[in-house]
Design a protein around this ligand. Structure first.
Ligand SMILES: NC(=O)c1ccc[n+]([C@@H]2O[C@H](COP(=O)([O-])OP(=O)(O)OC[C@H]3O[C@@H](n4cnc5c(N)ncnc54)[C@H](O)[C@@H]3O)[C@@H](O)[C@H]2O)c1
Length: 257
């Protein structure tokens, strides 16, 4: 890992107050980036060195205000991480339009609104940039009850490709990371309300465990850094093998007879 290429660069991380976003903020901080978190909530643990701004990524004016604060305080962002996310579970035909819209607005409008502010600033600064968005394995498979979430995440992978092509010649790279089940409050909430069960989740993962937030953060940091200088438009899957598994059976030569 090139520990130096991110030093001093301004990085906006949406949803940086907890979970994967908090791990991403920490991971970028470790290599000297100037990290600004956009979140609706107060951070669970305030990390020294992270600038926390109260921003709602679904609200155009709020996003614009967040970027205006950054303009006043230092160099424009060279890194944008679209991580803010929510989950609403329900079958099409039973789920409310309000729930559908909230999920689409957070994931997809949030990406569009933040990129709309970040890209012109990256171009003006003239030093290139990296946009990394958090998709999900839900983008690639059919998960009942997760219509808006899956559609929004698939939309993120698509917008990633479109934007990558639009800005490729300007030195701005656009990629995404698709995590599998990662142990955060989002998952804990689903475990608590019964819409997910840990045994079933782990059984379906060839590596037989959930991801730690830091394991996702390190992939984001790679895509944000110059180590990935020739990668653009792609989505890297970090899921312990969940999407490539054929049969749900582990081989029996690991000590099991
Ligand atoms: N945890 C997983 O298993 C998993 C798997 C795949 C993808 N993801 C994705 O990773 C991202 C982070 O998930 P997490 O598990 O850390 O969730 P989380 O709920 O722990 O954290 C999400 C953060 O986003 C913030 N947020 C939500 N709506 C916002 C808004 N409108 N404006 C600003 N901030 C907002 C929340 O306040 C919260 O701090 C999400 O995009 C999620 O869909 C998570």
């Amino acid at each position: 890992m090139d520990q130096t290429s991110l030093a001093g660069r301004t990085a906006v991380v949406t949803g940086g107050a907890r979970g994967i976003g908090d791990a991403i903020a920490l991971s970028l901080l470790e290599v000297g980036a100037r990290v600004v978190s956009f979140d609706k909530i107060t951070p669970v643990a305030r990390r020294e060195g992270v600038r926390y701004l109260e921003v709602d990524v679904t609200d155009e004016a709020s996003v614009a205000e967040g970027f205006a604060v950054i303009d006043k305080e230092g160099e424009a962002p060279r890194i944008l991480v679209n991580n803010a996310g929510i989950q609403r579970v329900g079958l099409v035909g039973r789920m409310s339009f309000a729930d559908w819209s909230a999920v689409m607005a957070t994931h997809l409008n949030g990406f569009f609104l933040c990129a709309s502010q970040a890209v012109p600033r990256m171009i003006e600064l003239g030093k290139g940039g990296a946009i990394v968005s958090i998709a999900s394995t839900a983008a690639f498979v059919g998960l009942p009850g997760r219509g808006p979430y899956s559609a929004a995440k698939a939309g993120i992978t698509s917008l990633t490709r479109v934007l990558a092509v639009e800005v490729a010649q300007l030195g701005i790279r656009v990629n995404a990371v698709a995590p599998g089940f990662t142990r955060t409050q989002l998952i804990q909430q689903a475990l608590d309300d019964g819409s997910l069960q840990e045994g079933w989740m782990v059984e379906r993962v060839p590596m037989r465990r959930l991801a730690k937030p830091d394991e996702i953060a390190r992939v984001v940091r790679f895509l944000a850094s110059d180590d990935s200088s020739y990668i653009t438009g792609h989505t890297i899957v970090a899921d312990g093998g969940w999407t490539i598994q054929g049969v749900n059976q582990a081989p029996d030569w690991l000590g099991k007879k």
